[in-house]
Design a protein around this ligand. Structure first.
Ligand code: XMP
Ligand code: MG
Length: 188
């Protein structure tokens, strides 16, 4: 059952994308990536924590041999806004010489991604591509190109399918967007 509206920490969120729509987008992404990585053995690098559910679905559909590793980026600033100062918890697996596929849930300003890309490039991978399930309009001004975007969305704050509002809502199978807010506004 998919509720049309839910409350999280006293804020109202409306259904934004159903699990079926998400599954369709993920299947399309997997098809593209499978073609591009045929015969390679990519290192799939999952950005914690938001991308774990997307990555789990994507990896099962990719159906190509790969390695899996995680990377965590902490952005200092207000809870929902990137400050531009990003601290990275390095992965354990060696990135040098690997075909790295960075798996991210959603790109907003791209500041987090820019820091991650800089970090990964310092480790001299053979290649680096980024897949993001969702991208907000600000992501277009990124200097870091996104190889695969599931869907471009308006600048709304979303939760579900791994994405959270103050650590709540990650387990929701559908995506919800903050209701009654100026687009782009965080729910604080
Ligand atoms: P940017 O691209 O601005 O994004 O550096 C920083 C991080 O914030 C997360 N993000 C969101 N998380 N709902 C969420 O739950 C959202 O609407 C949203 N927008 C950005 C994203 O994980 C990124 O890593
Ligand atoms: Mg994230």
């Amino acid at each position: 059952m998919t509720a049309p509206e839910i409350d999280i920490h006293g804020k109202r969120f409306r259904l934004f994308m159903t699990r079926d729509e998400i599954a369709h987008i993920v299947a399309e992404l997997a098809n593209q990536i499978r073609r591009d990585y045929a015969g390679k053995h990519p290192l799939c690098l999952i950005v914690l924590k938001g991308a774990i559910i997307f990555a789990a679905d994507l990896l099962r559909q990719l159906a190509i041999p790969c390695s899996v590793e995680t990377i965590r980026a902490r952005s200092y600033g207000t809870e929902m806004t990137s400050s531009g100062t990003v601290q990275i918890e390095p992965p354990i697996l060696e990135l040098r010489g690997r075909e790295v596929l960075l798996i991210e849930d959603i790109v907003d300003t791209g500041l987090t991604l820019r820091a991650l890309v800089r970090f990964i490039e310092e480790h001299q991978p053979a290649s680096l591509r980024i897949v993001a399930l969702l991208a907000k309009p600000a992501a277009r001004t990124l200097r870091v190109p996104l190889a695969y975007i599931g869907k471009e969305i308006p600048p709304v704050f979303v939760v579900g399918y791994g994405m959270d509002y103050a650590e709540a809502g990650r387990e929701l199978p559908d995506l919800y967007a903050l209701a009654d807010a100026t687009p782009g506004q965080s729910p604080q």
